[in-house]
Design a protein around this ligand. Structure first.
Ligand SMILES: [Zn+2]
Length: 167
């Protein structure tokens, strides 16, 4: 079951997705996105599961929905990033705006989620997720860094149509 809570942000319709992309999600998304405008964003922060049926339905939905629309993906966590990395059709013609990375303190080992914009990642890679101090333990020199496993995944992603070579 996937919910899509609609909000308006300037000229953009934002759909905050919540739940799982599994069998039946295409119909639920069609209903939730009726009469959406030309510019849309999907926020994936609360999407936890994508299974194989949901994956196929998502691509079918996005292919129809994306006609004559500009779409951005926002706050994609690891399960979504894996999908995009392995199957570029999951992103389709949309632009990846921001991702959510798990970061961990090198000292107390506590982890947290941190947002990274595509622009920040393009400029400095995972270093953009680095913070000089930890909000939890506040120990001197305790820096917070992204888990490196994600780097391989991020390297495989074509970051939306703007990243494609022109001509
Ligand atoms: Zn800490």
């Amino acid at each position: 079951m996937i919910e899509a809570v609609r909000a308006t942000e300037n000229d953009k319709t934002v759909f905050k997705l919540r739940g799982s992309l599994v069998a039946g999600c295409a119909a639920q998304l069609e209903t939730a996105t009726t009469a959406a405008g030309r510019a849309c964003a999907f926020d994936f922060a609360d999407v936890t599961i994508v299974n194989s049926v949901g994956f196929r339905e998502w691509i079918a939905f996005l292919t129809r929905f994306g006609v004559n629309r500009s779409i951005v993906f926002r706050d994609c966590g690891y399960p979504i990033l894996v999908m995009i990395a392995m199957f570029p059709a999951f992103l389709g013609g949309a632009v990846l705006e921001s991702i959510l990375l798990e970061v961990r303190c090198v000292d107390c080992r506590r982890s947290a989620m941190q947002r990274l914009t595509a622009a920040a990642y393009a400029a400095s890679g995972l270093a953009a997720a680095r913070k000089p101090s930890c909000d939890v333990c506040k120990r001197p020199g305790a820096s917070v860094t992204a888990l490196e496993e994600v780097e391989d995944c991020l390297d495989r992603i074509a970051w939306g149509r703007e990243a494609e070579p022109s001509g």
